[in-house]
Design a protein around this ligand. Structure first.
Ligand code: CUA
Length: 348
């Protein structure tokens, strides 16, 4: 089966564990049903980085205040209903007390609550504006319909749909777009930031734990918006340095005859007009850089697992996997496709 979708592929499990525990202990059937959608979904309420933690805290403060207001208003409503029934419709009229109730309940207390929320929001915005430690590493991300181009300008290489960062320190992201507006979102690490054509939006990311974090486009950008995903891989320092060094290398020279034949097929086909493989004559920039394609976890922007079956299916008929994407189908014989796959598998 070739185009098995990677549904929230590499995200952490257990993001909803608190909700599951609460649901089980409270025996809430409705909530248990709702939880069907929670399995393995990355949650902004299960933060793994300082920015996401700030946002989650603000969400809980807002939820807590809203819940308190709801409980008080419902309590007053029920009190009013039952008191009227018990005592009949005849009520003692006290204009002074009623006016004070309206002034306090309808004006003073709401203003205090709104000001408190405003202060919490401004504090969160200030905390999100810049990381505590200056970000040394810069990563440029360019949105395309429907994939992510990723540059490491200081290391002078380009990759796609997979962003590696060192764990425990912030990295600066510079976001832009070549076509329409996209939005960069890794729920466990930060809030959303738009990628706009002709503008660079700065942003930062930090993961407190090593792991693979699921990200996606959060702004409707066309027919395959829902299939514009990516992963952020947070790695310990040495592992990250090794990844940087490896990605900066050009593609290896193939020694195996089948791989050599695959490279000839690749370089002699239309692939080179859209894709780059550093160290060869393929220098196209319309599609993802393939220099280290085999090192990536996913294909088609986080949608399918990177394995030979999926890659073969993607090359032969990309529109059955992502209708409306810009990769054209390729007409190759079986042996040609196998040789091409062998070449692409060598790009690690
Ligand atoms: Cu890109 Cu939605």
């Amino acid at each position: 089966m070739i185009n098995k979708p990677l549904d929230r592929p590499l995200a952490r499990a257990g993001s909803c564990s608190w909700l599951i525990r609460w649901s089980l202990s409270g025996g809430s059937i409705t909530l248990s049903l709702l939880l069907g959608g929670c399995a393995n979904a990355p949650s902004a309420l299960a933060p793994r980085g300082p920015a996401a933690a700030e946002i989650a805290n603000l969400s809980w403060i807002m939820f807590g205040l809203a819940a308190a207001v709801f409980v008080v208003v419902m309590g007053l409503l029920l009190y009013g209903l039952f008191r009227s029934r018990r005592e009949g419709v005849e009520q003692e009229v006290s204009p002074g007390r009623d006016r004070a109730f309206v002034v306090w309940g309808g004006i003073v207390i709401p203003i205090i609550i709104l000001i408190a929320l405003y202060i919490f929001t401004i504090r969160t915005m200030a905390a999100l504006a810049a990381p505590t430690n200056a970000a040394e590493l810069v990563i440029e991300v360019v949105g395309h319909q429907f994939w992510w181009e990723v540059h490491y300008p200081n290391q002078a290489f380009t990759t796609a749909n997979e962003i590696h960062i060192p764990v425990g320190r912030p990295v600066e992201l510079r976001l832009t777009s070549t076509d329409v507006i996209h939005s960069f979102w890794v729920p466990e690490l930060h809030g959303k930031m738009d990628l706009l054509p002709n503008r660079i939006n700065s942003f930062w990311l930090q993961a407190d734990e090593a792991g693979v974090y699921y990200g996606e486009c959060a702004e409707f950008c066309g027919i395959q918006h829902a299939k514009m995903a990516f992963v952020v891989v947070a790695e310990p320092e040495e592992q990250f340095a090794a990844w940087l060094a490896q990605q900066a290398q050009p593609a290896a020279e193939p020694a195996d005859p089948v791989v050599q034949q695959g490279r000839q097929i690749f370089l002699g086909s239309a692939c080179v007009y859209c894709h780059t493989v550093r160290g060869t004559n393929a220098t196209g920039t319309l599609g993802p850089d393939l220099t280290h394609l085999a090192s990536r976890r996913t294909l088609a922007a986080g949608i399918i697992e990177n394995n030979p079956g999926n890659l073969g299916g993607w090359i032969v008929d990309p529109h059955s996997i992502k209708p409306g994407n810009k990769m054209p189908p390729t007409n190759l014989s079986g042996p040609e496709l196998q040789a091409l796959l062998a070449y692409l598998a060598s790009l690690d």
